[in-house]
Design a protein around this ligand. Structure first.
Ligand code: CA
Length: 227
């Protein structure tokens, strides 16, 4: 899943982005409100982590503008002020949740997971696809009794395909949600990662779960009659 982190303090932003990437998120960073809005217009994000205190246009203005433009993407506001009034203004501006700095990183991850579950139907933290279980809490996957060891990026790709199980998912969508803005659309990175995932998930003798639909994309699970 792809996150836009809006934070003007560079060191804090880089540290937070590093932690999120280690937990399989694709992360872009915007240092102020206008560039955040620009990135939201250009890219497809699954969630925005929005610092309240930004120079110029503050987090509340950014959030109001996101809502004014009708974007439904979840916004988690980060605030240094633990004042009730700051929290109320954050929620009133259209934020879905807030977290006061300094926060515990595990709590941030839990809140992100909760917000991502509110999206298109994912009440259960475990996504089940034909005997393949993907646990979105600890980022583990198992097929039957077999634990599948995945890197952060392999997990991110698998989780995205699993959230869209049974659907043909195109390369453009995959690059939008699994990679950040440094992704080169002319690279074959997606094919490489799909091959790696396939080798780990589909062992000899097992029903292949990741299928390719030529020219269209990839499908995880679902019907068997897909060529
Ligand atoms: Ca700040």
């Amino acid at each position: 899943m792809r996150v836009l982190l809006v934070e003007d303090e560079r060191d804090a932003a880089l540290m937070l982005a590093k932690g999120l990437r280690e937990h399989s998120f694709a992360v872009d960073i915007a240092e102020d409100g206008p560039s955040a809005l620009e990135k939201i217009h250009e890219n497809t994000y699954d969630l925005v982590l929005l610092d309240l205190m930004l120079p110029g246009m503050d987090g509340l203005d950014v959030c109001r503008q996101i809502r004014r433009e009708g974007a439904v993407l979840p916004v988690l506001m980060l605030t240094a002020r633990d004042a009730v009034s700051a929290r109320i203004s954050g929620l009133d501006s259209g934020a879905d949740d807030y977290l006061c700095k300094p926060f515990d990183f595990q709590e941030l991850l839990a809140r992100i997971r909760a917000l991502l579950r509110r999206g298109p139907a994912l009440e259960d933290p475990i996504i089940r696809v034909d005997g393949l279980n993907i646990d979105t809490r600890d980022h583990t996957a198992r097929r039957g009794d077999r634990v599948i060891e995945l890197t952060a990026k392999e997990y991110a790709l698998l989780e995205y395909l699993a959230r869209r199980r049974g659907e043909v998912v195109g390369r453009a969508e995959i690059s939008e949600h699994v990679w950040d803005e440094t992704y080169d659309p002319f690279s074959n990175l997606i094919e490489v990662y799909v091959q790696r995932l396939r080798r780990k998930i589909d062992q000899p003798g097992e029903l292949p779960l990741i299928r390719t639909r030529r020219g269209e994309g990839y499908i995880l699970g679902g019907e068997d009659d897909v060529s």
